[in-house]
Design a binder for this molecule. Structure first.
Ligand code: NAD
Length: 363
């Protein structure tokens, strides 16, 4: 079993849950992240990790990767709005930096490379009676989606007898994380219900989406790490179980019922009507160690409870810190990030003298 692992993007939404998950499972975990969202904490960080702040477009060398059994690659610009802000950044970080990291990992003798991919690459399938399998034609409609397709395609030829890339295609992820995001569908519905007393659905509520709990994402990555090589080598997996496919309207009703918030279905014609259901037969067959635990209804009720316990306020819900695009725009506007989306010199100096919030080593 892989024991010493490197998690990139460990200071993001999923990473901030995944690090303690693997530590509790007995792994030696290291992190690599440039720290765009490091101070964006809704709750205290749950684990302190060693590891420098690095930009994966040019940071790290094969030597830094020696001795790891596996790399879990979460670091990315992680949604469509950021992809649309500047396509080059998304191409370079989600594509170029991913391939560079995988090539270095292979050179360093790392045997498994788990890539955090996305079901967004299936496009707007449109036929909700049909659940999309991993072999379905890919139809990326945005720069973000294209970057995930391009990365998977570029990683595949790197596969060898001793190096196994694995592509874990997540649906929309939800659930409480110390570095919370309110810019994904269920987190946004639950946040607006608790903080504002209303759940608003802009479409007619009929579109289907797979929504997967962040803890189930962690469990799927662990199963892919611990599976025999032949089960996962150079393979793509949709991450979830049949019950995570849900209509947006039903999801919003669950949130409204568990929070007591008002439900408004606005049915705006220009709203996002993309609809697709995902098949999870392959992960069930190949990774029997993985069982998704959270139905969207139970997961929504739990998230509502957690946000109520935190007494999430309207101003907090609306803070730039919890919407990836707004936070990056803020850093760009303040000059902390330059036009290549790297920390500017003054900001790097200030960061290196400030103690790390999570007790981690600053580069
Ligand atoms: N959250 C979702 O709903 C979802 C769904 C499908 C796939 N994914 C994928 O899962 C991964 C993690 O998602 P998340 O929601 O935690 O995103 P996130 O935006 O919260 O975290 C991404 C992390 O990557 C880091 N990063 C970005 N560019 C970097 C660079 N050049 N060098 C080093 N670090 C860099 C950021 O600092 C951040 O900590 C991403 O690859 C994302 O595309 C997420």
């Amino acid at each position: 079993m892989a024991k010493r692992i490197l998690i990139t993007g460990h200071l993001g939404y999923i990473g901030s849950v995944m690090v303690p998950y693997f530590l509790e499972a007995g792994y030696e975990v290291h992190g690599a992240d440039t720290g765009f969202f490091e101070p964006c904490l809704l709750t205290p960080a749950r684990a302190a990790l060693g590891g420098p702040r690095v930009d994966l477009r040019d940071g790290l060398t094969p030597r830094d990767l020696e001795g790891f059994d596996a790399v879990i690659h979460l670091a990315a610009l992680s949604n469509d709005p950021i992809g649309n802000l500047n396509e080059r950044w998304t191409r370079e970080i989600n594509g170029g930096a991913t391939v560079r990291l995988a090539a270095m990992a292979r050179e360093a003798g790392v045997e498994r490379f788990l890539f955090s991919s996305s079901c967004i690459m299936y496009g707007a399938v449109g036929d909700p009676t049909h659940a999309v399998e991993e072999t379905a034609p890919l139809d990326p409609r945005t720069q973000y989606a294209r970057s995930k397709v391009d990365a998977e395609r570029a990683l595949s030829p790197l596969a060898t007898e001793r190096f196994s890339p694995v592509y874990l295609r997540n649906g929309t992820v939800y659930g409480l994380s110390p570095r919370m995001r309110f810019d994904t569908v269920l987190n946004s519905l639950a946040g607006s219900a608790v903080a504002g007393g209303a759940v608003r659905v802009f479409s007619d509520g009929k579109p289907w989406r797979p929504v997967v709990h962040v803890e189930d994402v962690c469990a799927a990555f662990r199963a892919a790490l611990e599976a025999p090589r032949e089960a996962v080598h150079n393979e793509a997996f949709n991450v979830g179980a049949g019950f995570v496919n849900v209509q947006i309207g039903a999801l919003a009703r669950s949130v409204a019922e568990s929070s007591g918030a008002r439900l408004d279905v606005l049915a705006q014609p220009e709203a996002d009507q993309r609809t697709y259901r995902t098949s999870f037969s392959k992960i069930r067959a190949r990774l029997p160690g993985f069982q998704a635990r959270w139905t969207p209804q139970e997961g929504a009720a739990r998230l509502v409870e957690e946000l109520q316990a935190l007494r999430l306020r309207r101003e907090q819900f609306a803070e730039a810190r919890f919407t990836r695009l707004h936070w990056l725009n803020k850093l760009l506007g303040e000059g902390a990030l330059g036009e290549d989306l790297r920390w500017t010199a003054g900001c790097r100096a200030a960061r290196s003298t400030r103690p790390a919030e999570t007790g981690e080593v600053m580069a």
